[in-house]
Design a protein around this ligand. Structure first.
Ligand code: E4P
Length: 219
């Protein structure tokens, strides 16, 4: 499974990429707003940290043609290439934009997905990733994990070459369960990513090893 960082905080990105096998960063307007920095400042800082790993940048235009222009503007301004994914919400115009952006030679992550059909249509339109929002589904008494599992199965049965990028996680269990239904990738906050790699028994085990090693490790 591919792990991506759902944050634009430079300290968090630097630490995650320093210690763990991270493969990219996803951003959206809300994530950027938490940093209180303009895009023109924060995106180059992220690029500096992640080098050639994936960078998913969300568009905010409404009309499909404007989404294409916006995607091209970011590509040119930030000098992005193969690791650039244009994140497009799956509105009616968004579905059209997926095709336009793909035809223009860029990669697409279809985002704000809540149903298997939205994912299937986005994939048919050419999306490279589809991003179902697990926790937001769970919070409206729906079932995020089931939606992810349905999308994975659908892509498998129709031999569709599009990856499922689980998004919107609030806890370790959600990540565990999407990985068990074959989700290809997840994007999560620093807190959730840190939590999935930790276990109190690991910490206790290491402390005990340290204690028991006293005076024995003499080489
Ligand atoms: C990522 O692509 C999504 O924008 C993000 O995971 C949404 O997460 P949230 O529900 O925590 O805002």
């Amino acid at each position: 499974m591919i792990y991506l960082a759902d944050t634009a905080n430079i300290d968090e990105i630097r630490e995650l990429f320093n210690y763990f096998p991270m493969e990219g960063v996803t951003t959206n307007p809300t994530i950027l707003s938490h940093e209180n920095k303009n895009m023109s400042t924060v995106i180059p800082q992220i690029q500096e940290c992640i080098k050639d790993k994936m960078l998913h940048i969300q568009t905010i235009s409404e009309r499909a043609e404007d989404i294409l222009l916006e995607a091209q503007r970011y590509r040119d301004y930030f000098n992005l290439n193969d690791n650039y994914y244009v994140k497009i919400p799956v509105t009616k115009e968004g579905f059209k934009a997926i095709r336009l952006v793909k035809d223009a030679g860029m990669k697409v992550t279809a985002t704000a997905i809540f149903t298997q059909q939205q994912a299937l249509i986005a994939a048919k339109a050419g999306a490279d990733f589809v991003a179902p929002y697990v926790n937001r589904l769970d919070n409206i008494s729906s079932h995020g994990i089931d939606v992810v599992g349905d999308i994975v199965e659908t892509f498998k049965s129709y031999h569709i070459n599009c990856k499922v990028l689980g998004a919107s996680f609030k806890n370790v269990d959600q990540i565990y369960r999407v990985s068990m239904v074959g989700c290809h990738a997840v994007t999560a906050s620093y807190e959730v990513l840190e939590a999935i790699m930790k276990h109190p028994m690991t910490d206790k085990g290491v402390m005990d090893f340290e204690k028991d090693s006293k005076n024995l490790y003499d080489i």
